[in-house]
Design a protein around this ligand. Structure first.
Ligand SMILES: N[C@@H](CCC(=O)N[C@@H](CS)C(=O)NCC(=O)O)C(=O)O
Length: 205
């Protein structure tokens, strides 16, 4: 049994989709970021980083989307959610790492710019860079990383739920979506999957 700690609409959606795809028993605990529930002592006892997602597994708590996605994949090998070849697996990790360390961080400057500066002028300047930085990262994904129809090619993988978030960040940053046909096709294919629909419904999306 897994427990996924999530805030609705957050990046926890990626792990949530993967849990639905796998079909393993899980429950969820809503840790509402707007209500600052991620900063309460109860939640900090689970994830001292004060971030979501966190996944309670039979072996302990895991944090970081990249780690959770890879863990669920390897804990349920029967679903073949990642390549078994060492180099191909590393390539999958490279895509997820790019989403985590470049695109998610670029998007975080929208709501969390105060993490990097106190000066309101600097904060506004960083927020103005969100759309161009997301657009640039998405263009890199479009041109180099997404193989199509799924992130890694013909087979659905642990990268797809995470890539799904990129489209959400693009839309939320007013990036011109029409410029990204492969990401748009991926988004459409994702939305047709029952697991994605089930997870989105639980986030009220
Ligand atoms: N690198 C982390 C980032 C986690 C993260 O920042 N999550 C956001 C929600 S999408 C959060 O918890 N934000 C609360 C905050 O920044 O205080 C991961 O991929 O899991």
């Amino acid at each position: 049994m897994y427990t996924l700690y999530l805030s609705k609409g957050s990046s926890a959606l990626a792990a949530h989709i993967l849990l639905e795809e796998i079909g393993a028993p899980y429950d969820t605990v809503v840790v509402s970021i707007p209500d600052k529930a991620h900063l309460t002592p109860d939640y900090l006892a689970i994830n001292p980083k004060g971030r979501v997602p966190a996944l309670q597994t039979p072996q302990g708590v895991l944090t970081e989307n990249t780690a959770i996605l890879a863990y669920l994949t390897q804990a349920h090998p029967e679903h073949a959610l990642a390549p078994t070849d060492t180099f191909a697996f590393a390539q999958a990790q490279a895509l997820n790492s790019y989403i985590s360390s470049t695109l998610h961080v670029a998007f975080a400057h929208k709501a969390r710019a105060a993490r990097w500066a106190d000066d309101p002028v600097a904060i506004a300047a960083m927020q103005a860079k969100v759309a161009p930085n997301i657009a640039e990262g998405a263009q890199f994904v479009e041109d180099h990383l997404i193989k199509g129809p799924w992130a890694l090619g013909e087979r659905y993988s642990m990268c797809d739920p995470y890539l799904f978030l990129v489209h959400r960040w693009m839309a939320a940053s007013q990036v011109e979506l029409a410029d990204y046909p492969r990401l748009n096709a991926h988004n459409k294919a994702m939305r047709a999957r029952p697991a994605v629909q089930a997870a989105l419904a639980q986030h009220g999306l």
